[in-house]
Design a protein around this ligand. Structure first.
Ligand code: DHB
Ligand code: FE
Length: 279
């Protein structure tokens, strides 16, 4: 049986990808940020996941306002790094897992979550930056990745509560796949940030740290936070945090926290990171 062993939560700022790709990781501005992931790279080398269900959002790259799936799962063999305006990031192709992805689609849709099913998908910084933070710069990514895209760009995004319930359905789907696989679920995006309008640059450290506390052991109640609270307290793009509930919902109610990191600034964004293990 496939099993979910752990969840990884991390922000996905595009400038982090540019710092890695342009060899700026040791610069004074970036060094403390990357130091916060030293433990994580060691941890994941020991964990050796077979497959990552990587919950992320596309930033009007593969999808645009013409077609915006609320939740989509990618069932293709491979996914190219997207060109977001400066050429594709020099990172490996992402290898999918068509059998497990199709099984998850079948299971979750029968379980009343009507995912959009996508085959070809160019993956933007929302997916590739978390991979780079966790794995560094390998020739090939060391495991398969199933992209699960969530709309948090065009209102209305799904509620945190719906995301948490989808996480539980993902877990049922994984645990009914008849192959021994070590599966991780990653929740990405956030933390507080606003990229537009008069409040551009907004960061709220106390909101972020309370969120990091509560997603560990008070996730169900935290998932009921209304969108307007994210917008008011964590900025218009802080609403990306609803994606973390999909990963959290796929884990046990009681989890062991292996790592926590918080850093400001990275570009216009607060960076938060957690590693939670199922025991
Ligand atoms: C930035 C862009 C993002 O998509 C994001 O989620 C966070 C930050 C930025 O440009 O700073
Ligand atoms: Fe984003």
């Amino acid at each position: 049986m496939a099993k979910i062993s752990a969840g990884v939560f991390t922000s996905h700022v595009p400038a982090i990808g540019a710092a890695i790709d342009n060899d700026k990781m040791d610069e004074e501005y970036w060094q403390p940020l990357f130091a916060g992931y030293d433990y994580s790279r060691q941890w994941i080398a020991e964990q050796k996941p077979d497959v990552i269900l990587l919950v992320y959002n596309d930033h009007a790259t593969a999808f645009d306002s013409n077609l915006v799936p609320t939740f989509a799962i990618a069932t293709g063999e491979q996914f190219k790094p997207a060109d977001e305006g400066w050429g594709p990031r020099p990172v490996p192709m992402v290898q999918g897992h068509p059998e497990l992805a199709s099984h998850i689609a079948q299971s979750v849709i029968q379980d009343e979550f009507d995912l959009t099913v996508v085959r070809d998908l160019d993956v933007d910084h929302g997916l590739t930056v978390p991979l780079s933070l966790m794995f560094g710069q390998p020739e090939q990514w060391p495991c398969r990745v199933i992209p699960i895209a969530v709309n948090v760009v065009l209102y209305p995004p799904p509620s945190g509560k719906r995301c948490y319930a989808l996480g539980k359905a993902l877990r049922r789907a994984v645990e009914s796949f008849d192959e021994n696989l070590n599966v991780q679920v990653w929740g990405t995006g956030g933390m507080s940030h606003q990229l537009q309008g008069p409040r551009a640059g907004l960061i709220n450290k106390s909101f972020d740290n309370t969120f990091l506390d509560r997603i560990v052991d008070d996730a169900e109640e935290l998932s009921q936070t209304p969108h307007v609270d994210y917008v008011r307290l964590s900025g218009s793009e802080g609403v990306e945090l609803v994606m973390w509930f999909i990963a959290r919902g796929a884990l046990n109610e009681t989890v062991e926290q292996q790592h926590r990191f918080y850093h400001v600034p990275a570009s216009n964004t607060a960076v938060g990171h957690l590693i939670l293990e199922n025991q």
